[in-house]
Design a protein around this ligand. Sequence first.
Ligand code: MN
Length: 483
Amino acid sequence: MEITLETLIKAIGQYNLDFWGIEKVRQAYKFAELMHDNQKRESGEPYIIHPISVALILAEMHADIDTICAGLLHDVLEDSETTKKDLEREFGNDVANLVDGVTKLKRMNFSSKEAQNLANTRKIITSISEDVRIIIIKLADRLHNMRTLHFKKSVFKQQENAVETMEIFVPLAYYIGAYRIKTELEDLSLRYTEPDKYKKMEDLKLKIEEESKECLQEMLYKIKVILNEHGITNEIKVRTKNIYGIYKNLNSGHKLSDIRDLIALKIMVDEIDECYRAIRWIHLAYHPMPKTFGDYICNPKPNMYQGLHTTLIGPEGRLAHAQIRTHDMDRVASHGIATYWDINKGDTRTIMQEALRTRTQFVDCLTEIDSNFDNNKDFVERVKKELFSDIIEVYTKDGERITLPKGATPIDFAYHIHTAVGNQAEEAFVNDERVLLNYCLNNYDRVRIVTNPNANGPTQEWLKMVCTSRARTRIKNYLKVRA
Ligand code: MN
């Protein structure tokens, strides 16, 4: 299908009817078309197809007008005579700053060890705390480049791009809650990093879809009828897990039959209260698997995701995951922070930065690492380790969810709660049992720290027992003051 300006306008029209906004998008398109005149992509297509595709991905995420304009213009500073001043004059400060931000992130190479690239990687990561929309545009840019990666002539470049995508762009997509982009990027990367396994998993996914089709349709129909009977307006979709998700589970030793969300029903309703009413009727129609219920409405995930989760025992004992959420939550679940400007009207940048700061741990953690490591190489390594690798969820004694990097200890936990709790930590209890302070925490542990103002306090040894930058800084500060 050929993508044109009209495709884009239509996509924007799905959620934004601002006449002047659409005019601005048309202007940005004209400008970009003129600037990229005669340029071609490696596929041989006219260059403008790329910025239009990027803008379309942004529109599918319900991005604001300035972000979409910046998507259309994201390559003009690099590929033409245009200056930032020109963009300011034509499209205002916001668009100019966004395009400038995206341009500064160019030529980034995460897999390289060169100083220049490390500096650039640092830039891309820290730019999140300035204007997260720069990252959203960069993600859309990367997604389109990955979708068309087969046109790249160099196999080495393909591999390099795929690895970089998995190591940096997938985690970034997770942190801003853009699940749809995250899962697509994962699948596209695997296709190049593990071509054989990708093919196998692709076939497996098709087989699962085929086998579970009837079961899912039967469940969908039955649940729909019951919810309708009880006056709960609903929309239900079915899905199977993405290729990379299946691969990752099997690769870490799980059996196919143990993957609880291999097949899933997504049930969307209008109001929050209806989520809870709906789950009652659903659990009466299909028994829930014990210990699989999760309330992410009262207790959102660290990337703002909300919804009710349960695993149902479906026809013939087949397990089906079910997610119940409102339509608003569903938009956030698919596209994350990009949809926020619409829910709360106002200055887009401020609202989104505020959401990122208060509703995710990302910025806090990033700032901590940034202030800790002057050396770019150390910085990038820390981010990879603390932010971009596996995380665990643990709970405070009051049931509040805390996420920590895998390998975290009760000391990391204590400093996460408060500096004083860390400095005065004397004993730790995990699931009501006493553990050593260097105990390695597991997913879903309930952690309680006993403090004592007269406790011995942190020692040099403690530095070896922590894995978060926050704990490390606090311990060093304490030791410095004591020394
Ligand atoms: Mn581009």
